[in-house]
Design a protein around this ligand. Structure first.
Ligand SMILES: [Zn+2]
Ligand SMILES: [Zn+2]
Length: 244
C-alpha cells in the first residue's frame, strides 16, 4: 500500500516535471503549447486574411469585405478562428470539453490571441452554456479559453456577463431560419453596465454556422455593447474556403 502511495505520489510529481508535449500527438517537444511538424501539417491555420468582417476568403474584387457581408452586415463585426475544423482540431476541442484540460485551453489561447482585434474597452465573454449543462459538466470549456486569453492579452474576461436562459436543441441539420428561431431569445445579459459601450469579444471553441454567436451578439447589442467580435479555436469551413 505504501509503495502504491509512493508510486502515485511520484507520478504526480512527474506530471509537473515532464517535458512539454505536442498537443496533437503527445510526442516530446522543446517548447510548451507548440505542435510537432507532423501535426502542424495537419492543421489548417486560417490566419487574419479574408473578409474583414466574416474572415472567409475573398473573391478577387478589390473589396475588403465579401459580398455576403456587404449585402447583409452580420451583427458580429469581426469573426476569426485559429484553425479549420478537422480531425486534429476536433480532437483538441473534445479533450477540452470533456477533460477540463487547462493545458489545452492554454494551447488554443496561444493560437487565438493573435486574432483578437485591437481597441479600447474590450471585454472577453465566453459563449455560455445552459446551467443544466454547466452543472453536468462542471465547467464551460469556452470560459476556460476566455480566461487564458485574458491572461495572455491583459483584457478583462467576465464569465457572468452573458448567460443562456434556456436549453437550445442541437442546430445540426436545421435550415438557417430554423436555427435562428431555435436560439432566439436564449441569452440574457446580467446587467447593462456589464457590457454597455464595450467591444465584446465572444469566445467559442468551435464555430459551425454562427447562429448561436449571432444570437449572443443580438442580446449583447440590445444591452448596449458598442461592438461584438468573435474569436474561436476551430471553424467549420468548406474545403474550397481553405487557402493552401
Ligand atoms: Zn504532434
Ligand atoms: Zn464576409
Amino acid at each position: 500500500m505504501l509503495a502504491d502511495a509512493i508510486r502515485k505520489g511520484a507520478l504526480r510529481v512527474l506530471d509537473f516535471a515532464l517535458p512539454p508535449r505536442c498537443p496533437g500527438c503527445g510526442i516530446i517537444m522543446p517548447e510548451v503549447h507548440s505542435f510537432c511538424p507532423d501535426c502542424w501539417k495537419q492543421l489548417d491555420f486560417l490566419g487574419t486574411g479574408g473578409c474583414e468582417t466574416c474572415g472567409l476568403p475573398l473573391e478577387f474584387t478589390g473589396s475588403s469585405v465579401c459580398a455576403a457581408c456587404l449585402a447583409q452586415p452580420p451583427r458580429i463585426a469581426r469573426t476569426r478562428a485559429a484553425v479549420a475544423y478537422g480531425e486534429l482540431s476536433r480532437g483538441l476541442a473534445i479533450r477540452l470539453k470533456y477533460g477540463r484540460k487547462v493545458g489545452v485551453a492554454k494551447t488554443m489561447a496561444r493560437y487565438m490571441a493573435a486574432l483578437v482585434g485591437d481597441g479600447d474597452s474590450r471585454l472577453l465573454v465566453a459563449v455560455p452554456l445552459h446551467r443544466t449543462r454547466l452543472w453536468l459538466r462542471g465547467f464551460n470549456q469556452s470560459a476556460l479559453v476566455a480566461r487564458e486569453l485574458s491572461r495572455r492579452l491583459s483584457i478583462p474576461a467576465d464569465p457572468f456577463a452573458l448567460s443562456r436562459t434556456r436549453r437550445t436543441p442541437p442546430l445540426k441539420g436545421m435550415s438557417a431560419p430554423q436555427r435562428r428561431k431555435a436560439v432566439a431569445g436564449a441569452f440574457k445579459v446580467r446587467g447593462r453596465s456589464a457590457v454597455e459601450g464595450k467591444t465584446v469579444i465572444l469566445v467559442d471553441d468551435v464555430l459551425t454556422t454562427g447562429s448561436t454567436a449571432e444570437a449572443c451578439a443580438r442580446t449583447l447589442k440590445r444591452a448596449g455593447a458598442a461592438r461584438v467580435e468573435l474569436v474561436s479555436w476551430a471553424r467549420v469551413v468548406r474545403p474550397t474556403q481553405l487557402m493552401r
